[in-house]
Design a protein around this ligand. Structure first.
Ligand code: 5GP
Ligand code: MN
Length: 337
C-alpha cells in the first residue's frame, strides 16, 4: 500500500475510536476473515471495535477465531443500527457498492462516521472517505495483512494469522487462481510463522461436508450441461432439489468450480433457485480472458472479478438457463472457437 494511504489510516486511528466493521451479505471466508483479523487488531491496539454482518454465514466458517462476538443485523437490527449511528469509523470490507449490504446501506449512508473501504473488486463506488481498493489483489485478507503489518506487525498473533490465512485460501481457490503471487506466498509464510496451521484450516473449511451436502453435490454434477460449440458448462439446482437434500446455507459453496475442472472448459456457471427471495442466484467462474465481471454486469445484474463473479436472475430456472445460453452465444466470439 502507498505512503499516502498508510498515513490516512494512521491519522484515522491515532486516538481510540468507536469502530464498526461490515463485510458483505452472505459473507464468505475472505469477508469474514478480513473482518475478524482487522477487528482483533483494532481491539488489541486500543479501539472499541465490533463486526456487524448483514445476515448469517455458513457453518463451515463458524469456528473462526473471534466469530462468536459477531453481531448479525438480521437478528439484532436495532442494536446494530445504534452501533452504526454511534460509530466514529465504519470499515466496509470485501465489497465496494453499498447495495451489497442490503438494509444496512441506508444506515451507513446516513451515518456521520468516517467511512473506509478495503476491497479487491472491480469498479469501486465512491461512498468512502478512505478507499483502499486494489482489484489485482486475490483477497481482501491480503490487503488487511498489508495494512496491519504496516501499522504494527508485532500485533499479528495466531488468531489474526488464522483468519487472514483462511480468507486468502478461500478467495484464491487454495492458491491456484492467477491472482496468487509471490507476495501472496510470502504473506502465507509469515502467517504460518505467526501460528496459522494450514492443515487444520484446510480441514475445517473443506473436509466438513455433511452427508446431505455431498449428495447435493451429486445432484449438481448430474445436472451439469455443456453448451454446444463453445467451452461453457452450467449447473442448475432447483429449490426442490435443495429441499430433498436438506439444504443449509453455504452447502453449494465451491460447486461451480467442478465445471471448470472439465478439460477445455473456460466458463462455468451455477444457477440456484431461491423460492423465498424469488430469485435465481448465479455464480460465474472463468479461466483466461473471458471477463465474468463484465458478463455478470451486462446480463445478470451482478459483478465481481474477471474470473469470479455473481449475479441474479428474476426469471424461473428454465428461463434463466435459456437466457444464459443466449447470452453466451451472443458472446461466442470471445471463446475463440
Ligand atoms: P460467488 O459466486 O462466490 O457468490 O461470488 C463471486 C464473486 O462475485 C465474489 O467476489 C462476490 O463478492 C461477487 N459477487 C457475487 N454476487 C454478486 C452480485 O450479485 N453482485 C456483485 N456486484 N458482485 C457479486
Ligand atoms: Mn474477497
Amino acid at each position: 500500500m502507498n505512503e499516502q494511504l498508510l498515513e490516512a489510516f494512521q491519522k484515522a486511528l491515532i486516538t481510540p475510536k468507536k469502530i464498526v466493521i461490515i463485510p458483505h451479505k452472505n459473507p464468505d471466508g475472505d469477508a469474514l476473515g478480513s473482518s475478524l483479523a482487522l477487528n482483533a487488531f483494532l481491539i488489541k491496539t486500543g479501539h472499541d471495535s465490533r463486526i456487524i454482518t448483514p445476515n448469517e454465514y455458513p457453518e463451515f466458517l463458524d469456528w473462526m477465531p473471534g466469530q462468536r462476538e459477531i453481531i448479525k443485523f438480521s437478528q439484532l437490527a436495532d442494536e446494530s443500527t445504534q452501533l452504526m449511528e454511534d460509530a466514529d469509523i465504519i470499515f466496509t470490507l470485501d465489497f465496494n457498492q453499498l447495495s451489497r449490504i442490503n438494509q444496512l446501506a441506508s444506515v451507513v449512508e446516513q451515518s456521520d462516521a468516517l467511512k473506509i473501504m478495503i476491497d479487491h473488486h472491480e469498479n469501486p463506488g465512491d461512498y468512502a472517505s478512505i478507499t483502499y481498493s486494489e482489484s489485482s489483489k486475490g483477497s481482501t485478507c491480503e490487503m488487511v495483512f498489508e495494512l496491519i503489518s504496516s501499522l504494527d506487525h508485532d500485533q499479528i498473533d495466531d488468531a489474526i494469522a488464522t483468519c487472514i490465512y483462511t480468507g486468502i485460501m478461500t478467495d484464491t481457490g487454495s492458491f491456484r487462481f492467477p491472482s496468487t503471487t509471490a507476495r501472496t506466498h510470502q504473506i502465507l509464510g509469515t502467517l504460518i510463522k505467526k501460528g496459522a496451521q494450514p492443515h487444520t484450516i484446510h480441514q475445517k473449511i473443506y473436509d466438513t461436508y455433511s452427508f446431505n451436502r455431498l449428495q447435493l453435490l451429486g445432484t449438481a454434477l448430474n445436472n451439469l450441461k455443456k453448451i454446444d460449440e463453445i467451452p461453457v458448462v452450467y449447473i442448475t439446482l432447483s429449490q426442490k432439489e435443495l429441499n430433498q437434500n436438506n439444504f443449509k446455507k453455504g452447502d453449494t459453496e465451491g460447486f461451480v468450480n467442478y465445471g471448470l475442472s472439465l478439460m477445455g472448459i473456460t466458463l462455468a456457471v451455477i444457477m440456484i433457485e431461491n423460492e423465498k427471495e424469488k430469485i435465481i442466484k448465479m455464480s460465474f467462474r472463468s479461466k483466461g480472458s473471458f471477463d465474468v465481471n463484465q458478463f455478470a454486469k451486462k446480463y445478470f445484474n451482478g459483478g465481481g472479478h474477471i474470473n469470479a463473479a455473481g449475479g441474479v436472475s428474476y426469471l424461473n430456472l428454465d428461463e434463466t438457463a435459456a437466457q444464459f445460453t443466449n447470452a453466451v452465444m451472443h458472446e461466442k466470439s470471445q471463446f475463440n472457437v
